[in-house]
Design a protein around this ligand. Structure first.
Ligand code: ADP
Length: 568
Protein backbone atom coordinates (compact mmCIF):
# COMPACT_ATOMS: atom_id res chain seq x y z
CA UNK A 1 0.00 0.00 0.00
CA UNK A 2 1.20 3.49 -0.83
CA UNK A 3 1.12 6.77 1.00
CA UNK A 4 -1.01 9.85 0.51
CA UNK A 5 -0.31 13.47 1.46
CA UNK A 6 -2.43 16.00 3.34
CA UNK A 7 -3.97 17.45 0.18
CA UNK A 8 -5.27 14.05 -0.89
CA UNK A 9 -6.48 13.23 2.61
CA UNK A 10 -8.35 16.54 2.85
CA UNK A 11 -9.98 15.96 -0.55
CA UNK A 12 -10.96 12.42 0.47
CA UNK A 13 -12.41 13.72 3.72
CA UNK A 14 -14.69 16.19 1.95
CA UNK A 15 -15.63 13.57 -0.60
CA UNK A 16 -16.62 11.01 2.04
CA UNK A 17 -19.06 13.52 3.55
CA UNK A 18 -20.84 13.85 0.22
CA UNK A 19 -19.50 17.30 -0.71
CA UNK A 20 -20.49 17.94 -4.30
CA UNK A 21 -19.26 21.48 -4.93
CA UNK A 22 -16.45 23.77 -3.82
CA UNK A 23 -15.81 27.36 -4.73
CA UNK A 24 -12.50 29.12 -4.43
CA UNK A 25 -9.27 30.57 -5.72
CA UNK A 26 -6.27 28.24 -5.96
CA UNK A 27 -2.62 29.03 -5.30
CA UNK A 28 0.07 28.17 -2.71
CA UNK A 29 -0.46 25.84 -0.82
CA UNK A 30 -3.93 24.58 -1.84
CA UNK A 31 -3.79 24.01 -5.62
CA UNK A 32 -3.28 20.28 -5.20
CA UNK A 33 -6.22 20.07 -2.76
CA UNK A 34 -8.52 21.54 -5.43
CA UNK A 35 -7.16 19.26 -8.15
CA UNK A 36 -7.52 16.19 -5.93
CA UNK A 37 -11.06 17.17 -5.01
CA UNK A 38 -11.95 17.39 -8.71
CA UNK A 39 -10.48 13.96 -9.39
CA UNK A 40 -12.71 12.59 -6.61
CA UNK A 41 -15.82 13.96 -8.34
CA UNK A 42 -16.24 17.29 -6.52
CA UNK A 43 -17.06 20.17 -8.88
CA UNK A 44 -14.62 23.00 -8.18
CA UNK A 45 -15.74 26.42 -9.41
CA UNK A 46 -12.64 28.58 -9.70
CA UNK A 47 -13.15 32.32 -9.13
CA UNK A 48 -11.09 35.43 -9.67
CA UNK A 49 -11.51 36.72 -6.13
CA UNK A 50 -12.03 34.96 -2.80
CA UNK A 51 -14.66 37.53 -1.83
CA UNK A 52 -17.01 36.37 -4.59
CA UNK A 53 -16.16 32.72 -3.97
CA UNK A 54 -17.14 33.24 -0.33
CA UNK A 55 -20.39 34.93 -1.27
CA UNK A 56 -21.11 31.99 -3.57
CA UNK A 57 -20.41 29.48 -0.80
CA UNK A 58 -22.69 31.32 1.64
CA UNK A 59 -25.59 31.45 -0.84
CA UNK A 60 -25.04 27.80 -1.77
CA UNK A 61 -25.37 26.94 1.93
CA UNK A 62 -28.69 28.77 2.04
CA UNK A 63 -30.09 27.32 -1.18
CA UNK A 64 -29.17 23.70 -0.44
CA UNK A 65 -29.19 23.59 3.42
CA UNK A 66 -25.78 21.91 3.09
CA UNK A 67 -22.45 23.51 3.96
CA UNK A 68 -21.26 25.86 1.21
CA UNK A 69 -17.51 25.43 0.96
CA UNK A 70 -14.79 27.70 -0.37
CA UNK A 71 -11.05 27.40 -0.56
CA UNK A 72 -8.49 30.19 -0.31
CA UNK A 73 -4.74 30.59 -0.22
CA UNK A 74 -3.04 31.81 2.95
CA UNK A 75 -2.70 35.36 4.33
CA UNK A 76 -4.30 37.79 1.87
CA UNK A 77 -6.47 35.02 0.39
CA UNK A 78 -7.87 34.32 3.84
CA UNK A 79 -8.43 38.06 4.44
CA UNK A 80 -10.32 38.44 1.13
CA UNK A 81 -12.39 35.41 2.09
CA UNK A 82 -13.51 37.02 5.35
CA UNK A 83 -16.10 38.94 3.33
CA UNK A 84 -17.87 35.73 2.34
CA UNK A 85 -17.38 34.08 5.71
CA UNK A 86 -18.83 37.01 7.64
CA UNK A 87 -21.69 37.29 5.16
CA UNK A 88 -22.52 33.64 5.81
CA UNK A 89 -22.46 34.09 9.59
CA UNK A 90 -24.53 37.28 9.54
CA UNK A 91 -27.17 35.71 7.32
CA UNK A 92 -27.02 32.48 9.39
CA UNK A 93 -26.06 30.36 6.38
CA UNK A 94 -23.73 27.33 6.68
CA UNK A 95 -20.46 28.51 5.13
CA UNK A 96 -17.12 26.75 5.39
CA UNK A 97 -13.90 28.59 4.58
CA UNK A 98 -10.81 26.43 4.16
CA UNK A 99 -7.53 28.28 3.89
CA UNK A 100 -4.00 27.10 3.46
CA UNK A 101 -1.58 28.75 5.88
CA UNK A 102 2.18 29.09 6.23
CA UNK A 103 4.56 26.45 7.63
CA UNK A 104 3.98 26.07 11.37
CA UNK A 105 7.73 26.16 12.06
CA UNK A 106 8.09 29.52 10.32
CA UNK A 107 5.36 31.35 12.24
CA UNK A 108 6.70 34.63 13.61
CA UNK A 109 9.63 34.75 11.14
CA UNK A 110 7.83 36.55 8.32
CA UNK A 111 6.98 33.49 6.23
CA UNK A 112 5.30 33.78 2.81
CA UNK A 113 1.72 35.04 3.33
CA UNK A 114 2.02 34.58 7.09
CA UNK A 115 -1.01 35.46 9.24
CA UNK A 116 -2.55 34.15 12.46
CA UNK A 117 -5.62 33.07 10.54
CA UNK A 118 -7.42 31.42 13.45
CA UNK A 119 -7.29 34.74 15.28
CA UNK A 120 -8.34 36.67 12.14
CA UNK A 121 -11.47 34.60 11.51
CA UNK A 122 -12.68 34.49 15.13
CA UNK A 123 -15.13 37.43 15.03
CA UNK A 124 -16.78 35.99 11.93
CA UNK A 125 -17.17 32.32 12.79
CA UNK A 126 -19.04 30.04 15.17
CA UNK A 127 -16.23 27.47 15.02
CA UNK A 128 -12.60 27.54 13.82
CA UNK A 129 -9.95 24.82 13.90
CA UNK A 130 -6.41 24.20 12.64
CA UNK A 131 -5.17 20.74 11.64
CA UNK A 132 -1.76 20.66 13.29
CA UNK A 133 -0.83 17.26 11.87
CA UNK A 134 -2.00 15.29 8.86
CA UNK A 135 -3.70 12.73 11.12
CA UNK A 136 -6.07 15.47 12.36
CA UNK A 137 -7.38 16.41 8.91
CA UNK A 138 -10.38 14.03 8.65
CA UNK A 139 -11.60 14.88 12.17
CA UNK A 140 -11.21 18.61 11.50
CA UNK A 141 -13.21 18.28 8.28
CA UNK A 142 -15.93 16.38 10.16
CA UNK A 143 -16.06 19.11 12.79
CA UNK A 144 -16.30 22.07 10.42
CA UNK A 145 -18.96 20.45 8.26
CA UNK A 146 -21.11 19.40 11.23
CA UNK A 147 -20.68 22.66 13.13
CA UNK A 148 -21.67 24.79 10.15
CA UNK A 149 -25.19 23.33 10.17
CA UNK A 150 -25.98 22.50 13.81
CA UNK A 151 -28.15 24.88 15.88
CA UNK A 152 -28.07 28.26 14.15
CA UNK A 153 -26.16 27.74 10.90
CA UNK A 154 -23.20 30.00 10.19
CA UNK A 155 -19.61 30.45 9.13
CA UNK A 156 -16.88 28.03 10.20
CA UNK A 157 -13.18 27.86 9.37
CA UNK A 158 -10.59 25.16 8.71
CA UNK A 159 -6.89 26.05 8.69
CA UNK A 160 -4.54 23.78 6.79
CA UNK A 161 -0.85 24.66 7.22
CA UNK A 162 1.53 24.04 4.32
CA UNK A 163 3.63 21.50 6.25
CA UNK A 164 0.50 19.51 7.18
CA UNK A 165 -0.63 19.40 3.55
CA UNK A 166 2.80 17.99 2.63
CA UNK A 167 2.96 15.34 5.40
CA UNK A 168 2.17 11.76 4.46
CA UNK A 169 0.31 8.79 5.96
CA UNK A 170 -0.16 5.27 4.69
CA UNK A 171 -3.36 4.57 2.81
CA UNK A 172 -4.51 2.11 5.48
CA UNK A 173 -4.00 4.66 8.22
CA UNK A 174 -5.91 7.19 6.11
CA UNK A 175 -8.83 4.76 5.87
CA UNK A 176 -9.09 4.34 9.62
CA UNK A 177 -8.84 8.12 10.15
CA UNK A 178 -11.67 8.66 7.66
CA UNK A 179 -13.88 6.09 9.41
CA UNK A 180 -13.24 7.69 12.79
CA UNK A 181 -14.21 11.09 11.34
CA UNK A 182 -17.57 9.73 10.16
CA UNK A 183 -18.49 8.74 13.72
CA UNK A 184 -17.39 12.11 15.04
CA UNK A 185 -19.63 14.01 12.58
CA UNK A 186 -22.63 11.88 13.60
CA UNK A 187 -21.88 12.42 17.26
CA UNK A 188 -21.78 16.21 16.86
CA UNK A 189 -25.04 16.28 14.96
CA UNK A 190 -26.79 13.99 17.44
CA UNK A 191 -25.65 16.05 20.42
CA UNK A 192 -27.28 19.15 18.93
CA UNK A 193 -30.73 17.85 18.06
CA UNK A 194 -33.29 20.40 19.28
CA UNK A 195 -36.70 19.03 20.14
CA UNK A 196 -39.77 21.19 19.72
CA UNK A 197 -41.07 22.62 22.97
CA UNK A 198 -44.52 21.13 22.57
CA UNK A 199 -45.81 22.58 25.87
CA UNK A 200 -45.69 26.03 24.29
CA UNK A 201 -47.45 24.98 21.11
CA UNK A 202 -50.89 25.04 22.74
CA UNK A 203 -50.22 28.52 24.05
CA UNK A 204 -49.18 29.72 20.59
CA UNK A 205 -52.30 28.27 18.99
CA UNK A 206 -54.51 29.76 21.67
CA UNK A 207 -52.96 33.22 21.07
CA UNK A 208 -53.59 32.97 17.34
CA UNK A 209 -57.11 31.70 17.91
CA UNK A 210 -58.02 34.58 20.21
CA UNK A 211 -56.30 37.29 18.18
CA UNK A 212 -58.43 39.87 16.39
CA UNK A 213 -55.74 40.87 13.92
CA UNK A 214 -53.21 38.04 13.63
CA UNK A 215 -50.31 38.05 11.19
CA UNK A 216 -47.88 35.36 10.03
CA UNK A 217 -44.40 36.70 9.23
CA UNK A 218 -41.69 34.49 7.78
CA UNK A 219 -38.12 34.97 6.67
CA UNK A 220 -35.12 33.31 5.17
CA UNK A 221 -34.74 31.04 8.22
CA UNK A 222 -38.08 29.46 7.27
CA UNK A 223 -36.86 29.22 3.68
CA UNK A 224 -33.65 27.55 4.86
CA UNK A 225 -35.78 25.13 6.93
CA UNK A 226 -37.80 24.32 3.79
CA UNK A 227 -40.98 25.08 5.72
CA UNK A 228 -43.08 26.01 2.67
CA UNK A 229 -45.56 23.14 2.84
CA UNK A 230 -46.23 23.67 6.55
CA UNK A 231 -46.59 27.43 6.03
CA UNK A 232 -49.10 26.83 3.27
CA UNK A 233 -51.10 24.57 5.58
CA UNK A 234 -50.97 27.10 8.42
CA UNK A 235 -52.06 30.02 6.23
CA UNK A 236 -54.78 28.12 4.44
CA UNK A 237 -56.18 26.41 7.52
CA UNK A 238 -56.32 29.57 9.62
CA UNK A 239 -56.97 32.19 6.92
CA UNK A 240 -54.41 34.48 8.59
CA UNK A 241 -52.72 37.04 6.31
CA UNK A 242 -48.96 36.66 5.86
CA UNK A 243 -45.97 38.86 5.27
CA UNK A 244 -42.68 37.51 3.93
CA UNK A 245 -39.38 39.31 4.51
CA UNK A 246 -37.48 40.08 1.28
CA UNK A 247 -35.89 36.63 1.05
CA UNK A 248 -38.92 34.91 2.53
CA UNK A 249 -40.70 35.96 -0.66
CA UNK A 250 -41.79 32.93 -2.67
CA UNK A 251 -42.25 30.52 0.25
CA UNK A 252 -45.90 31.23 -0.53
CA UNK A 253 -46.69 32.90 -3.86
CA UNK A 254 -46.61 36.72 -3.85
CA UNK A 255 -50.01 36.73 -5.54
CA UNK A 256 -51.67 34.54 -2.88
CA UNK A 257 -55.01 36.06 -1.71
CA UNK A 258 -53.68 36.30 1.87
CA UNK A 259 -50.36 37.95 0.92
CA UNK A 260 -50.09 41.22 2.83
CA UNK A 261 -46.86 42.59 1.30
CA UNK A 262 -48.68 45.36 -0.57
CA UNK A 263 -50.34 46.35 2.72
CA UNK A 264 -47.18 46.02 4.82
CA UNK A 265 -47.61 49.17 6.92
CA UNK A 266 -51.17 48.30 7.81
CA UNK A 267 -50.35 44.65 8.53
CA UNK A 268 -47.47 45.34 10.90
CA UNK A 269 -48.90 48.54 12.30
CA UNK A 270 -52.22 47.07 13.36
CA UNK A 271 -51.69 43.36 14.02
CA UNK A 272 -52.25 42.28 17.62
CA UNK A 273 -50.49 38.90 17.45
CA UNK A 274 -47.62 38.19 15.06
CA UNK A 275 -46.10 34.76 14.71
CA UNK A 276 -42.63 35.29 13.24
CA UNK A 277 -40.95 32.22 11.79
CA UNK A 278 -37.24 32.24 10.89
CA UNK A 279 -36.85 36.02 10.80
CA UNK A 280 -35.08 38.29 13.28
CA UNK A 281 -36.74 41.34 14.79
CA UNK A 282 -33.81 43.39 13.52
CA UNK A 283 -33.64 46.53 11.33
CA UNK A 284 -35.48 44.75 8.52
CA UNK A 285 -38.50 44.32 10.79
CA UNK A 286 -38.03 47.66 12.60
CA UNK A 287 -36.88 45.81 15.75
CA UNK A 288 -40.51 44.87 16.38
CA UNK A 289 -41.02 48.30 17.94
CA UNK A 290 -43.23 51.36 17.73
CA UNK A 291 -44.10 53.31 15.66
CA UNK A 292 -44.01 50.73 12.86
CA UNK A 293 -45.53 48.04 15.09
CA UNK A 294 -48.27 48.68 17.60
CA UNK A 295 -47.23 49.01 21.24
CA UNK A 296 -49.32 46.05 22.37
CA UNK A 297 -48.45 43.54 19.69
CA UNK A 298 -47.69 40.08 21.06
CA UNK A 299 -44.85 38.33 19.24
CA UNK A 300 -44.60 34.57 18.99
CA UNK A 301 -41.07 33.90 17.74
CA UNK A 302 -40.09 30.60 16.15
CA UNK A 303 -36.33 30.30 15.77
CA UNK A 304 -33.71 27.58 15.87
CA UNK A 305 -31.56 29.84 18.02
CA UNK A 306 -32.31 30.02 21.73
CA UNK A 307 -30.03 33.09 21.98
CA UNK A 308 -32.10 34.91 19.37
CA UNK A 309 -35.27 34.34 21.38
CA UNK A 310 -33.58 35.39 24.61
CA UNK A 311 -32.34 38.57 22.92
CA UNK A 312 -35.75 39.65 21.60
CA UNK A 313 -37.79 38.69 24.67
CA UNK A 314 -41.00 37.96 22.78
CA UNK A 315 -44.36 37.26 24.43
CA UNK A 316 -43.76 33.62 23.54
CA UNK A 317 -40.68 31.94 22.11
CA UNK A 318 -40.57 28.55 20.41
CA UNK A 319 -37.08 27.18 19.96
CA UNK A 320 -36.83 24.65 17.16
CA UNK A 321 -36.52 24.02 13.47
CA UNK A 322 -39.15 26.11 11.66
CA UNK A 323 -40.53 23.21 9.66
CA UNK A 324 -40.79 20.91 12.67
CA UNK A 325 -42.42 23.55 14.89
CA UNK A 326 -45.00 24.29 12.19
CA UNK A 327 -45.76 20.59 11.79
CA UNK A 328 -46.64 20.33 15.47
CA UNK A 329 -48.51 23.64 15.39
CA UNK A 330 -50.60 22.54 12.40
CA UNK A 331 -51.41 19.29 14.13
CA UNK A 332 -52.59 21.16 17.21
CA UNK A 333 -54.80 23.40 15.05
CA UNK A 334 -56.18 20.44 13.13
CA UNK A 335 -57.54 18.97 16.35
CA UNK A 336 -59.63 22.11 16.92
CA UNK A 337 -59.72 24.06 13.66
CA UNK A 338 -60.46 27.76 13.17
CA UNK A 339 -60.38 29.94 10.07
CA UNK A 340 -60.87 33.70 9.78
CA UNK A 341 -62.51 33.55 6.35
CA UNK A 342 -62.48 36.23 3.67
CA UNK A 343 -65.23 38.32 5.29
CA UNK A 344 -63.35 38.71 8.59
CA UNK A 345 -62.85 42.50 9.09
CA UNK A 346 -59.06 42.17 9.45
CA UNK A 347 -58.72 40.03 6.33
CA UNK A 348 -61.01 42.37 4.44
CA UNK A 349 -59.05 45.45 5.55
CA UNK A 350 -55.80 43.91 4.39
CA UNK A 351 -57.11 42.63 1.09
CA UNK A 352 -58.78 45.91 0.26
CA UNK A 353 -55.52 47.80 0.98
CA UNK A 354 -53.58 45.28 -1.11
CA UNK A 355 -56.01 45.84 -3.96
CA UNK A 356 -55.83 49.66 -3.75
CA UNK A 357 -52.07 49.74 -3.57
CA UNK A 358 -51.84 47.19 -6.39
CA UNK A 359 -53.96 49.40 -8.65
CA UNK A 360 -51.76 52.44 -7.86
CA UNK A 361 -48.57 50.50 -8.49
CA UNK A 362 -49.83 49.06 -11.79
CA UNK A 363 -50.76 52.57 -12.96
CA UNK A 364 -47.16 53.66 -12.31
CA UNK A 365 -45.76 50.59 -13.97
CA UNK A 366 -47.97 50.86 -17.05
CA UNK A 367 -46.18 54.02 -18.26
CA UNK A 368 -43.31 53.56 -20.70
CA UNK A 369 -40.83 56.14 -19.42
CA UNK A 370 -37.81 56.79 -21.69
CA UNK A 371 -34.99 57.51 -20.83
CA UNK A 372 -35.70 54.68 -18.43
CA UNK A 373 -36.61 55.27 -14.80
CA UNK A 374 -36.40 52.20 -12.53
CA UNK A 375 -40.04 51.15 -12.86
CA UNK A 376 -40.40 50.74 -16.61
CA UNK A 377 -37.53 48.27 -17.13
CA UNK A 378 -38.48 46.44 -13.91
CA UNK A 379 -42.02 45.85 -15.26
CA UNK A 380 -40.59 44.57 -18.54
CA UNK A 381 -38.27 42.21 -16.64
CA UNK A 382 -41.17 41.01 -14.45
CA UNK A 383 -43.24 40.20 -17.51
CA UNK A 384 -40.33 38.53 -19.32
CA UNK A 385 -39.61 36.31 -16.30
CA UNK A 386 -43.20 35.12 -16.29
CA UNK A 387 -43.30 34.69 -20.09
CA UNK A 388 -39.85 33.27 -20.92
CA UNK A 389 -38.34 32.42 -17.51
CA UNK A 390 -39.37 28.78 -17.77
CA UNK A 391 -40.35 26.26 -15.14
CA UNK A 392 -39.16 25.79 -12.45
CA UNK A 393 -39.04 29.55 -11.97
CA UNK A 394 -35.76 31.43 -12.29
CA UNK A 395 -33.73 32.43 -9.25
CA UNK A 396 -33.69 36.21 -9.04
CA UNK A 397 -30.56 37.83 -7.63
CA UNK A 398 -30.96 41.48 -6.71
CA UNK A 399 -28.67 44.16 -5.35
CA UNK A 400 -28.09 47.90 -5.54
CA UNK A 401 -29.99 50.52 -3.54
CA UNK A 402 -32.76 51.66 -5.87
CA UNK A 403 -32.62 48.59 -8.12
CA UNK A 404 -33.08 46.23 -5.18
CA UNK A 405 -35.79 48.34 -3.51
CA UNK A 406 -37.85 48.65 -6.68
CA UNK A 407 -37.23 45.04 -7.65
CA UNK A 408 -38.50 43.81 -4.29
CA UNK A 409 -41.91 45.37 -4.85
CA UNK A 410 -42.24 44.72 -8.59
CA UNK A 411 -40.67 41.31 -9.26
CA UNK A 412 -42.96 38.42 -8.42
CA UNK A 413 -41.74 35.39 -6.49
CA UNK A 414 -43.88 32.27 -6.60
CA UNK A 415 -41.44 29.56 -5.56
CA UNK A 416 -39.34 29.18 -2.40
CA UNK A 417 -35.68 30.25 -2.30
CA UNK A 418 -35.87 32.05 -5.63
CA UNK A 419 -34.75 35.44 -4.33
CA UNK A 420 -31.24 36.32 -3.19
CA UNK A 421 -30.41 39.88 -2.23
CA UNK A 422 -28.08 42.00 -0.09
CA UNK A 423 -29.58 40.33 3.01
CA UNK A 424 -29.19 41.04 6.70
CA UNK A 425 -25.91 42.89 6.31
CA UNK A 426 -26.96 44.89 3.27
CA UNK A 427 -23.90 43.45 1.54
CA UNK A 428 -23.37 44.94 -1.91
CA UNK A 429 -21.16 43.10 -4.38
CA UNK A 430 -22.72 39.71 -3.66
CA UNK A 431 -24.52 39.46 -7.01
CA UNK A 432 -22.12 37.59 -9.26
CA UNK A 433 -21.13 35.12 -6.52
CA UNK A 434 -24.81 34.47 -5.74
CA UNK A 435 -25.57 33.95 -9.45
CA UNK A 436 -22.85 31.34 -9.73
CA UNK A 437 -24.02 29.58 -6.54
CA UNK A 438 -27.63 29.53 -7.75
CA UNK A 439 -26.70 28.16 -11.17
CA UNK A 440 -24.60 25.42 -9.58
CA UNK A 441 -27.10 24.55 -6.82
CA UNK A 442 -30.18 24.62 -9.08
CA UNK A 443 -29.00 23.53 -12.54
CA UNK A 444 -32.58 23.29 -13.84
CA UNK A 445 -33.33 26.98 -13.21
CA UNK A 446 -32.39 30.08 -15.13
CA UNK A 447 -30.69 32.72 -12.99
CA UNK A 448 -31.62 36.36 -13.55
CA UNK A 449 -29.61 39.06 -11.78
CA UNK A 450 -31.10 42.53 -11.57
CA UNK A 451 -28.25 44.71 -10.40
CA UNK A 452 -27.36 48.33 -9.96
CA UNK A 453 -24.17 49.30 -11.81
CA UNK A 454 -22.44 49.84 -8.49
CA UNK A 455 -23.32 46.42 -7.07
CA UNK A 456 -22.32 44.80 -10.36
CA UNK A 457 -18.96 46.56 -10.42
CA UNK A 458 -17.73 45.02 -7.17
CA UNK A 459 -17.16 41.67 -8.81
CA UNK A 460 -17.83 42.19 -12.51
CA UNK A 461 -14.75 40.14 -13.46
CA UNK A 462 -16.69 37.03 -12.45
CA UNK A 463 -18.65 37.30 -15.72
CA UNK A 464 -15.64 35.45 -17.12
CA UNK A 465 -16.42 32.66 -14.62
CA UNK A 466 -19.98 32.52 -15.98
CA UNK A 467 -18.63 32.04 -19.50
CA UNK A 468 -15.95 29.54 -18.48
CA UNK A 469 -18.53 27.24 -16.88
CA UNK A 470 -21.28 28.16 -19.37
CA UNK A 471 -23.77 28.91 -16.60
CA UNK A 472 -27.33 29.93 -17.54
CA UNK A 473 -27.12 33.39 -15.98
CA UNK A 474 -28.47 36.64 -17.42
CA UNK A 475 -27.13 39.70 -15.63
CA UNK A 476 -29.19 42.85 -16.13
CA UNK A 477 -27.26 46.00 -15.15
CA UNK A 478 -29.27 49.12 -14.33
CA UNK A 479 -26.70 51.61 -15.53
CA UNK A 480 -27.40 55.09 -14.21
CA UNK A 481 -23.74 56.04 -14.04
CA UNK A 482 -22.97 55.73 -10.36
CA UNK A 483 -23.80 54.84 -6.79
CA UNK A 484 -27.45 55.97 -6.46
CA UNK A 485 -27.11 57.86 -9.78
CA UNK A 486 -24.77 59.89 -11.93
CA UNK A 487 -23.01 63.16 -11.08
CA UNK A 488 -25.94 65.33 -10.07
CA UNK A 489 -24.04 68.25 -8.58
CA UNK A 490 -24.82 71.73 -9.82
CA UNK A 491 -21.99 74.17 -10.56
CA UNK A 492 -22.66 75.88 -7.18
CA UNK A 493 -22.13 72.60 -5.34
CA UNK A 494 -18.59 72.13 -6.71
CA UNK A 495 -15.91 73.67 -4.52
CA UNK A 496 -12.24 73.28 -3.60
CA UNK A 497 -9.09 72.25 -5.42
CA UNK A 498 -10.59 68.94 -6.66
CA UNK A 499 -13.84 70.36 -7.93
CA UNK A 500 -13.14 69.06 -11.43
CA UNK A 501 -13.05 65.46 -10.15
CA UNK A 502 -16.17 63.39 -10.72
CA UNK A 503 -18.57 63.16 -7.76
CA UNK A 504 -17.78 60.39 -5.25
CA UNK A 505 -21.08 58.84 -6.30
CA UNK A 506 -20.41 58.74 -10.03
CA UNK A 507 -18.85 56.34 -12.52
CA UNK A 508 -17.91 56.86 -16.18
CA UNK A 509 -21.23 57.75 -17.82
CA UNK A 510 -22.62 55.16 -20.26
CA UNK A 511 -20.01 52.54 -19.27
CA UNK A 512 -19.99 49.63 -21.74
CA UNK A 513 -20.57 46.81 -19.24
CA UNK A 514 -21.98 44.57 -21.98
CA UNK A 515 -18.67 44.69 -23.86
CA UNK A 516 -16.89 43.15 -20.86
CA UNK A 517 -19.06 40.09 -21.32
CA UNK A 518 -18.40 40.06 -25.06
CA UNK A 519 -14.65 40.20 -24.37
CA UNK A 520 -14.94 36.74 -22.80
CA UNK A 521 -17.17 35.27 -25.50
CA UNK A 522 -20.52 35.75 -23.74
CA UNK A 523 -23.44 37.68 -25.13
CA UNK A 524 -23.72 41.42 -24.49
CA UNK A 525 -26.66 43.75 -25.13
CA UNK A 526 -26.92 47.51 -24.82
CA UNK A 527 -30.54 48.65 -24.49
CA UNK A 528 -32.30 51.94 -23.86
CA UNK A 529 -35.91 51.43 -25.02
CA UNK A 530 -38.70 49.02 -24.06
CA UNK A 531 -38.50 47.18 -27.39
CA UNK A 532 -34.75 46.74 -27.18
CA UNK A 533 -35.04 45.44 -23.61
CA UNK A 534 -37.89 43.05 -24.43
CA UNK A 535 -35.97 41.61 -27.35
CA UNK A 536 -32.75 41.17 -25.34
CA UNK A 537 -34.66 39.44 -22.52
CA UNK A 538 -36.57 37.06 -24.73
CA UNK A 539 -33.42 36.10 -26.65
CA UNK A 540 -31.15 35.68 -23.62
CA UNK A 541 -33.74 33.86 -21.46
CA UNK A 542 -34.41 31.40 -24.28
CA UNK A 543 -30.70 30.87 -24.98
CA UNK A 544 -29.92 30.10 -21.29
CA UNK A 545 -26.32 31.17 -21.84
CA UNK A 546 -24.23 33.78 -19.98
CA UNK A 547 -25.32 37.27 -20.98
CA UNK A 548 -25.07 40.84 -19.71
CA UNK A 549 -27.82 43.30 -20.61
CA UNK A 550 -26.60 46.85 -20.07
CA UNK A 551 -29.73 48.94 -19.50
CA UNK A 552 -29.25 52.68 -19.82
CA UNK A 553 -31.13 54.41 -16.99
CA UNK A 554 -31.65 58.14 -16.60
CA UNK A 555 -28.74 59.29 -14.35
CA UNK A 556 -31.24 61.45 -12.48
CA UNK A 557 -33.58 58.52 -11.74
CA UNK A 558 -33.39 56.98 -8.28
CA UNK A 559 -32.72 58.62 -4.98
CA UNK A 560 -29.62 58.74 -2.82
CA UNK A 561 -29.54 55.77 -0.41
CA UNK A 562 -32.68 54.32 -1.97
CA UNK A 563 -35.34 53.95 0.72
CA UNK A 564 -32.88 54.37 3.58
CA UNK A 565 -32.15 58.07 3.24
CA UNK A 566 -32.67 58.59 6.97
CA UNK A 567 -29.49 56.60 7.60
CA UNK A 568 -27.17 58.57 5.26
P1 ADP B 1 -34.85 37.66 7.28
O1 ADP B 1 -33.65 38.41 6.76
O2 ADP B 1 -35.57 36.92 6.23
O3 ADP B 1 -35.70 38.55 8.12
P2 ADP B 1 -33.12 36.65 9.34
O4 ADP B 1 -31.84 36.28 8.72
O5 ADP B 1 -33.18 37.95 10.07
O6 ADP B 1 -34.29 36.53 8.26
O7 ADP B 1 -33.54 35.55 10.38
C1 ADP B 1 -33.40 34.21 10.10
C2 ADP B 1 -33.55 33.49 11.41
O8 ADP B 1 -33.83 32.14 11.11
C3 ADP B 1 -32.29 33.51 12.28
O9 ADP B 1 -32.56 34.06 13.54
C4 ADP B 1 -31.91 32.03 12.39
O10 ADP B 1 -31.46 31.69 13.67
C5 ADP B 1 -33.21 31.35 12.08
N1 ADP B 1 -33.09 30.00 11.54
C6 ADP B 1 -32.09 29.45 10.84
N2 ADP B 1 -32.38 28.18 10.54
C7 ADP B 1 -33.59 27.93 11.04
C8 ADP B 1 -34.43 26.80 11.07
N3 ADP B 1 -34.08 25.65 10.48
N4 ADP B 1 -35.61 26.90 11.70
C9 ADP B 1 -35.99 28.06 12.30
N5 ADP B 1 -35.24 29.16 12.31
C10 ADP B 1 -34.06 29.11 11.69
Amino acid sequence: MGEIDGNVLAAKSFSQFGVLHMFGVVGIPVTSLATRAVSLGIRFIAFHNEQSAGYAASAYGYLTSRPGIFLTVSGPGCVHGLAGLSNGTTNTWPTVMISGSCNQNDVGRGDFQELDQIQAVKPFTKFAIKAKHISEIPNCVAQVLANSVVNRPGGVYLDLPTDVLHQKVSESEAESLLTEAKYLAEKIKKSHVISVESSKIQEAVSLLRKAERPLIVFGKGAAYAKAEDELKKLVEKTGIPFLPTPMGKGLLPDDHPLAASAARSLAIGKCDVAIVIGARLNWLLHFGEEPKWSKDVKFVLVDVSKEEIELRKPFLGLVGDGKEVLEVLNKEIKDDPFCLGSTHPWVEAISSKVKDNGVKMEAQLAKDVVPFNFLTPMRIIRDAISEFGGSPAPVVVSEGANTMDVGRSVLVQKEPRTRLDAGTWGTMGVGLGYCIAAAVAYPDRLVVAVEGDSGYGFSAMEVETLVRYQLPVVVIVFNNGGVYGGDRRSAEEKHGPHKEDPAPTSFVPNAGYHTMMEAFGGKGYLVGTPDELKSALSESFSARKPAVINVTIDPYAGSESGRMQHKN
